[in-house]
Write a protein that binds this ligand. Structure first.
Ligand SMILES: NC(=O)c1ccc[n+]([C@@H]2O[C@H](COP(=O)([O-])OP(=O)(O)OC[C@H]3O[C@@H](n4cnc5c(N)ncnc54)[C@H](OP(=O)(O)O)[C@@H]3O)[C@@H](O)[C@H]2O)c1
Length: 272
């Protein structure tokens, strides 16, 4: 919340005689320190249902934060407080390019995900397994988190309180699987959970102040869940904004000692 205050102080100071009297090397150092007071947040996939909810929630919770977000197909035109970047998050060079254009990042939340196409839904049984459909799940649900971690670790390290969160899913928990089905989605999210755990171990050594977390948003009314909402009780189907408000609260409360876990919208940890 110290947020854009730093930028305001710089612009007010630079308009006075005082600024010109400070030796250049000190002025540069001071400007750098003041700029660092701004909280920078990147939401990958802000064009999606939950991603948009997160941006709305973040802009209210941290009104002075600099919000960045990515879209793949169409830039949302009605969220003017967001600095938008087009990104195909499965392309390593594109992810690196985005990281090189941002000089700070305190929170990074990956809300990109995939469950079904227009003509193929999650598998109910073994006979529905198709290689390309399964690989697409790993390409979109698993790989991008590690590409983002790889590209952004240098600037996340510079934050005083960095947080790296990913929208995962309860159905990716192996111990929670009592219904079966949804092979590709379950497997890609289970692999994502392993990526989160493994990354947290590496960063405990190299960036000890970091929090890495998987987040389960509940069942949320978005395009991704639309075909599967029939049996969900009305009070258990969250609006994107409702889920986002819960998730931001969870993320705010997580500390480095919680790093590597999967947390539900109500803050409870889900066993892998
Ligand atoms: N909705 C639920 O009930 C629910 C439950 C549990 C977990 N989740 C998880 O929550 C996350 C968000 O889900 P949602 O419901 O918000 O889904 P959604 O509305 O379908 O949004 C999906 C997002 O992923 C982006 N995307 C897909 N492929 C991409 C790629 N190659 N490069 C960049 N962006 C790509 C889309 O970008 P464009 O729109 O710009 O193409 C969109 O922003 C997913 O990981 C999902 O598994 C959702």
């Amino acid at each position: 919340m110290a947020a854009k205050i730093g930028h305001k102080i710089i612009s007010q100071l630079s308009a006075t005689n005082l600024w010109s009297q400070i030796p250049t090397s000190y002025a540069n150092l001071l400007a750098r320190r003041l700029r660092n007071m701004t909280m920078n947040i990147l939401v990958a996939g802000g064009s999606g249902g939950i991603g948009r909810g997160l941006l709305e929630s973040l802009s209210e919770r941290f009104p002075d934060a600099a919000l960045h977000s990515t879209f793949l197909t169409q830039k949302p035109e009605d969220l003017p407080m967001v600095d938008w970047h087009q990104l195909d998050v499965i392309q390593p060079e594109a992810v690196k390019d985005l990281a090189s254009r941002m000089d700070r990042c305190d929170w990074l939340i990956n809300a990109v995900g995939f469950l079904h196409t227009d003509d193929k839904g999650p598998e109910k049984a073994l006979r529905s397994i198709e290689a390309d459909f399964m690989l697409e799940h790993f390409r979109v649900n698993t790989l991008p988190t590690l590409l983002l971690a790889q590209a952004f670790q240098k600037i996340l390290r510079q934050s005083d309180s960095p947080k790296f969160a990913v929208l995962s899913a309860r159905v990716g928990s192996i111990s929670d699987n009592s219904l079966g089905g949804w092979y590709s989605y379950r497997m890609s999210k289970a692999a994502l959970n392993m990526a989160i755990k493994t990354l947290s171990i590496e960063w405990q050594r190299t960036i000890p102040k970091m929090v890495v977390a998987g987040l389960h948003p509940g069942t949320v009314n978005t395009g991704l869940s639309k075909p599967f909402q029939a049996n969900v009780a009305a009070e258990k189907l969250f609006t994107p904004r409702q889920s986002a408000d819960y998730l931001i609260r969870v993320l705010e409360n997580l500390q480095p000692e919680n790093s590597g876990g999967l947390f539900a919208w109500d803050g409870r940890q889900i066993p892998f």
